[in-house]
Design a protein around this ligand. Structure first.
Ligand SMILES: [Cu+2]
Length: 166
C-alpha cells in the first residue's frame, strides 16, 4: 500500500488537472482519509486480531536481582529460598524461612504480577513489577517475627502467609 501522503498527492494532482476548486480537493482528501481511518479502525478492533499470542514464559528467564547485582549480597549464614508464582497462586513451599534469608519468586505464568508483602505491624513492602519469566526477591528482615502475607496488587486472589520466628 502506498503511503497516505502519496495517495493524497495523486488525488490532488488528478483533481487539479480537471480544474476543480481547492475546496473540492480538500473535501476529497478528507473523504479518502476517513475511508482509510475506517479501514484501519475496523482492523484495530477486530477480536481475532487480538487473540493472545502463545507465550512461552520459560524462554524468557531473566537473571534474578541478586544475580544482576541489584540486590545486596546475602547476609552471612543466610539462605536463598526459591518460590514460584503461577497464573493465580504462589506455589506451596517447603522451606522454613529464617531472619535475613532471601526468598526469590519466579513468575512462571504468562501474565504480569505485582507482589507485595504485608508485615505483622502493617508495613507494606512492594516487590518489583514482575513480567512473565522475571524473578523478584524479598529479604526477611533482621527482626522478623510473626506472619508475613504475600499478595498481588493486580490479582487479589493471590495470597500466601509465611510464618517467621527466628
Ligand atoms: Cu498478580
Amino acid at each position: 500500500m502506498k503511503p497516505i501522503s502519496v495517495l493524497l498527492a495523486l488525488v490532488a494532482t488528478h483533481v487539479q488537472k480537471c480544474s476543480v476548486t481547492a475546496v473540492s480537493v480538500l473535501r476529497l482528501q478528507a473523504y479518502v482519509l476517513s475511508l482509510i481511518a475506517v479501514s484501519v479502525c475496523s482492523t484495530a478492533y477486530s477480536a481475532t486480531e487480538h487473540e493472545a499470542a502463545p507465550h512461552d514464559a520459560a524462554s524468557k528467564v531473566y537473571p534474578s536481582r541478586a544475580e544482576q547485582g541489584v540486590a545486596k549480597p546475602l547476609a552471612e549464614g543466610a539462605k536463598l529460598h526459591k518460590m514460584t508464582l503461577s497464573h493465580h497462586e504462589l506455589e506451596a513451599w517447603s522451606f522454613v524461612p529464617k531472619r535475613k534469608d532471601r526468598i526469590e519468586i519466579e513468575n512462571l505464568s504468562d501474565i504480569t504480577h505485582a507482589l507485595y508483602v504485608t508485615y505483622p505491624d502493617g508495613t507494606v513492602v512492594n516487590l518489583e513489577i514482575q513480567i512473565p519469566g522475571d524473578t523478584v526477591s524479598w529479604t526477611v528482615p533482621d527482626d522478623a517475627e510473626g506472619e508475613y502475607v504475600f499478595r498481588c496488587w493486580i490479582h487479589p486472589v493471590i495470597r500466601a502467609k509465611m510464618m517467621i520466628q527466628d
